[in-house]
Design a protein around this ligand. Structure first.
Ligand code: IPM
Ligand code: MN
Length: 364
């Protein structure tokens, strides 16, 4: 298979982890006889420094002309600590999602058995958890009208949803549920918000087309509680942009660490794959970031954008074996992990490659 992939490292540890994700994609190409052509582009803080624009036109053109994107993260503490700055790295990410029509963000929360102890939640509560979030990505307060009133003391962000935006992501969630445990939990705040009432009404309507899928509704506050009280009660979770952003960070604890969670953003055409973690400037440059979320993002890319199931599963298997052998990055290490088994970012990536080589020798 011949494909063009853009690597978009972004800021902070984004660069460190995508280097490992790319290494794994190269390895898959050589082992399975594919031809992946790679190109890079800038986004976020680095792009602002170089061009004044967090998503330069040159980057956007490249993104519109490729088969898939492996993205790292954007952000910089300089902006977090100064809310008055008008041009911000995150605007690059939001514009990219909008321009590429990436309306559905899939965030699988799957716990590797070996990491049961790494979570702050009790193992008996966690065991067997397997949740797939569908977070809507191009609507909500993120893209509604925003501004300040003339008095300077009033600010607003409008929470807005249109019926078609809810319909298209609802279809995706129900279709995915059909391939899983056939349950969709739609999360909203319909007891208070009008946009949530439109959300709920629309999801109920679409649900009628999937009578084989069980549909339940939860308010976001209650869902936040139930996620850690009984994570096994969820299968597919369908929710809006802001609620999805918050709930998936919370749900990352079910998988042991933010460093383990990958995501796929899909929609009109090209797919974008990225860890759910941010640029993490507090650990940037130390070489200790967990590259597994980026490597898992590469696995999602192969599966969803290219339909390469076997290749994708080979990566997941390699990760399982690595964890089984006791190797950890610091974020997923527990009291029992010996010092020799703690790997830095690059060593973790290389160990995964080694596992992939062995697996390939074993099958061929
Ligand atoms: C995410 C991030 C982004 C979001 C930020 C960086 C704009 O937190 O992808 O979850 O809020 O969507
Ligand atoms: Mn987030």
């Amino acid at each position: 298979m011949k494909k063009k992939i853009i690597i978009l490292p972004g800021d902070g540890i984004g660069k460190e982890v995508t280097t490992e994700g790319k290494k794994v994609l190269e390895k898959i190409a050589s082992s399975f006889g594919h031809e992946f052509e790679f190109d890079e582009a800038v986004i976020g803080h680095d792009a602002i420094e170089a061009t004044g624009n967090p998503l330069p036109d040159e980057t956007l053109i490249k993104l519109k002309n490729c088969d898939a994107i492996l993205f790292g993260a954007v952000g910089h503490p300089k902006y977090d600590n100064d809310p008055t700055l008008k041009v911000r790295p995150e605007q690059g990410l939001l514009k990219m999602r909008k321009e590429l029509g990436l309306y559905a963000n899939l965030r699988p929360i799957k716990l590797f058995d070996e990491l049961l102890e790494a979570s702050s939640i009790k193992p008996e509560v966690l065991k067997g958890s397997d949740i797939l979030f569908f977070r809507e990505l191009t609507g909500d307060v993120y893209f509604g009208e925003k501004g300040r009133k003339d008095d300077g003391n009033t600010a607003y962000d409008v929470m807005i949803y249109q019926r078609y935006e809810v319909e298209r992501i609802a279809h995706k969630a129900f279709q995915a549920a059909r391939t899983r445990k056939k349950k969709v939990t739609s999360v909203d705040k319909a007891n208070v918000l009008e946009s949530s009432r439109l959300w709920r009404e629309t999801v109920q309507e679409i649900g009628k087309q999937y009578p084989d899928v069980q549909l339940e509704h939860q308010f976001v506050d209650s869902a936040a509680m139930k996620l850690i009280q009984n994570p096994r009660s969820f299968d597919v979770v369908l929710t809006g942009n802001l609620f999805g952003d918050i709930l998936t960070d919370e749900a990352s604890q079910i998988a042991g660490s933010m460093g383990m969670l990958a995501s796929a953003s899909v929609g009109d055409k090209v797919g974008l794959y990225e860890p759910i973690h941010g640029s993490a400037h507090d650990i940037t440059g130390k070489g200790i970031a967990n590259p597994l979320a980026s490597i898992l993002s590469a696995a999602l890319l192969l599966d969803i954008s290219f339909g390469l199931k076997e290749e994708s599963e080979a990566i997941i298997k390699a990760i399982e074996q690595t964890l089984k052998a006791g190797y950890r990055t610091t974020d997923i290490a527990d009291a029992k992990t010996s010092k020799e088994k703690i790997l830095n970012t690059q060593a973790m990536g290389s160990y995964i490659l080694k596992q992939l080589s062995q697996a390939h020798v074993a099958v061929s």
